[in-house]
Design a protein around this ligand. Structure first.
Ligand SMILES: O=c1[nH]cnc2c1ncn2[C@@H]1O[C@H](CO)[C@@H](O)[C@H]1O
Ligand SMILES: [Zn+2]
Length: 388
């Protein structure tokens, strides 16, 4: 008798499983065809390729450099086509639709308003255009049978000096589509403490923020982000692995900082493919997410930049399932972690977990019961999703 493979989800199940995304850059997730369209409409003639397929490949290959600085150079082209109201509405709407089609039910998508002012938009106009696009995308997704809710995170660039202004902007648009704040850009040489005023301000306003830390730079960056700046979450945070020692006999010792991160349930926004491209990890199998999940850190799975990393939430989970033999239970664990760590109010997070995420996984986990052949006789023990 043919038995269903216990646990290991199929690509189709991975896609249908409800997923939660906390770390995705709006300017890192455009459809290549949209870049080509807007470049033509707005007269931007510096694209390296005019054909959408070749352009998509160019982004992935250019981002595959092993260095965060070179990875970030590719954003010049996406930001160049995100300077008008119409372009921002379109890009944000397509982002929501693409995520929803991939089974994402809740997403926090970030972008840096200061990078979209070249054609004369104000910071407020940028935020309002993106919000409008997200609402439009949510509606279109719903019409297509997919439910998604998208919140915006406003990013300040860490090499620039506008973080206070952007923090105030995030606070002004709170409850109007913006759920938090972030800093991004080159990490080495630009410690998060440069932006202490902005973080202090947000704390006094009881607002939320995450900080890109522990990606291209190690423990000092994570330590500053948490203990000086007071970040609610860490963008990447993979280098926390430097504070964890695994002995030959398999026993594990956590340093003070790693203990703090785990004890305080600090969410880690991990982006495996992006980390392989920038050199923060060597392979999926060696990615720190495997060990951190085993040690019960509050790990989440994210895309970072779907265009530059040629990825999606389903792709990321597909790689992890392959590398670590993860099951639907593991996927659910990552997804509940992410939902718990979102910046929307607690009651809404709880409702998403209980009304959307758990029922979604329960349905997928019950599928083996209805697989062809199971009605004919007793089910072999190996076909149950939970052994024992
Ligand atoms: O992984 C990353 N690390 C640091 N900065 C990043 C990463 N991905 C994107 N950005 C930066 O964030 C800006 C706003 O979305 C992007 O323009 C890019 O410069
Ligand atoms: Zn990022």
């Amino acid at each position: 008798m043919q038995t269903a493979t216990p646990g290991r989800p199929t690509p189709e199940q991975i896609r249908r499983a409800p997923k939660v995304l906390l770390h995705d850059h709006l300017d890192g997730g455009l459809r290549p065809g949209t870049i080509v369209d807007i470049a033509r409409e707005t007269g931007y003639d510096a694209l390296p390729e005019k054909d959408a397929d070749r352009l998509g490949t160019w982004f992935r290959e250019a981002a595959d450099s092993g260095s965060l600085e070179r990875y970030l150079e590719t954003f010049a082209h996406t930001c160049a086509v995100m300077q008008t109201r119409d372009a921002l509405v379109r890009v944000a709407a397509e982002c929501a639709e693409d995520l929803a089609a991939d089974g994402v039910v809740y997403a926090e998508v970030r972008y840096a308003p200061e990078q979209h002012l070249e054609a004369g938009l104000s910071l407020e106009e940028v935020v309002e255009a993106v919000n409008e696009g997200f609402r439009l995308g949510e509606r279109r997704a719903r019409e297509g049978g997919n439910r998604i809710r998208v919140g915006a995170l406003l990013t300040a660039m860490r090499h620039a000096a506008r973080s206070q202004e952007i923090a105030e902007l995030a606070n002004r648009y709170r409850d109007q589509g913006v759920v938090g704040f972030d800093i991004a850009g080159a990490e080495a040489g630009f410690p998060p403490t440069r932006h202490l005023d902005a973080f202090d301000y947000l704390k006094r306003e009881n607002n939320h923020f995450t900080i890109h830390a522990g990606e291209a730079f190690g423990l000092p960056s994570i330590w500053q982000a948490l203990q000086w700046c007071g970040a609610d979450r860490l963008g990447h945070g993979v280098r926390i692995i430097d504070d964890i020692t695994v002995a030959d006999d398999g026993s594990v010792a956590l340093g003070r900082l790693a203990s703090y991160v785990r004890d305080k349930r600090i969410p880690l926004e991990m982006c495996p493919t992006s980390n392989l491209q920038t050199g923060a990890a060597a392979s999926y199998a060696e990615h720190p997410i495997g060990l951190l999940r085993r040690l019960h850190f509050r790990v989440t799975v994210n895309t970072d930049n779907r265009l530059m990393s040629g990825t999606s939430m389903s792709e990321e989970f597909g790689h992890l399932v392959e590398a670590f033999d993860y099951t639907l239970d593991d996927m659910q664990w990552f997804t509940v972690n992410a939902m718990k760590s979102a910046f929307i109010p607690f009651d809404e997070r709880l409702a998403m977990i209980n009304e959307v995420i758990k029922p979604g996984y329960a349905e997928l986990k019950a599928e083996w019961l209805f697989a062809p052949g199971t009605a004919a006789g007793p089910v072999a023990s190996g076909s149950a999703p939970h052994r024992g």
